[in-house]
Design a protein around this ligand. Structure first.
Ligand SMILES: [Zn+2]
Length: 195
């Protein structure tokens, strides 16, 4: 063993026994672990939300990104999203609009010409807005009680909700672009804190 290597060993021992070795190194490791812990949920964990199946109404836990658009229901094995609005009665409306996924409900009636005119635009909007938004159709003639409780005074009315809470509503027909733009604007974080 020459002097240089002896000094090197001595320096290592000194470092381990020093203030730096005893206090700062563990503190650095602790701080590093804390920072990694803070960063990992954002980096590695995919946010999941509960999405109600459009076919059977069962809840599914799915990633909150575009991948959910292709997901199949764990219960009925049908696609959770189909690119089409879902016709709902009061129970279906409550089930979907009470969930974590935003719902856009077209409240309409068969005798209403503007409602029938907007129907194809609303269909096309489903492809653009799913899986961020679930599109529903509620016939106000077959669910007059629910329409009354929702305070619907004109049709067609679009009702945007999440977790049982109304975000916005719009009365009067819109084209596809108008529906998509209006919905996206109302879902912006500045307009709705939960997104
Ligand atoms: Zn299902």
């Amino acid at each position: 063993m020459n002097i240089t290597s002896s000094m090197a060993w001595g320096q290592v021992r000194l470092a381990k026994d020093s203030f730096v070795g005893r206090c700062l190194v563990p503190a650095f490791h602790a701080l590093w672990g804390f920072l990694i812990g803070l960063a990992l949920p954002e980096m590695n964990e995919t946010r999941h939300i509960i999405i109600i199946c459009g076919h059977c109404g069962r809840p599914n836990r799915l990633p909150a990104e575009r991948a959910a658009a292709d997901a199949r229901c764990g219960a009925c094995h049908q696609p959770v999203f189909t690119g089409h609005p879902i016709e709902v009665d009061e129970a279906g409306f409550n089930r979907h609009s009470g969930g974590e996924t935003a719902t856009l409900t077209d409240i309409w009636a068969p005798w209403c010409a503007p409602c029938r005119g907007m129907a194809p635009a609303f269909e096309r909007a489903a492809i653009r807005l799913e899986p961020r938004v679930r599109l529903l159709k509620l016939n106000s003639d077959t669910e007059p009680g629910l329409s009354g409780r929702l305070g619907i005074t004109a049709i067609p009315t679009l009702l945007l909700m999440r977790a049982g809470t109304e975000i916005a509503r719009h009365s009067g027909a819109m084209d596809t672009e108008g529906i998509v733009r209006w919905t996206e604007a109302k879902l912006l974080p500045s307009n709705h804190m939960k997104l």
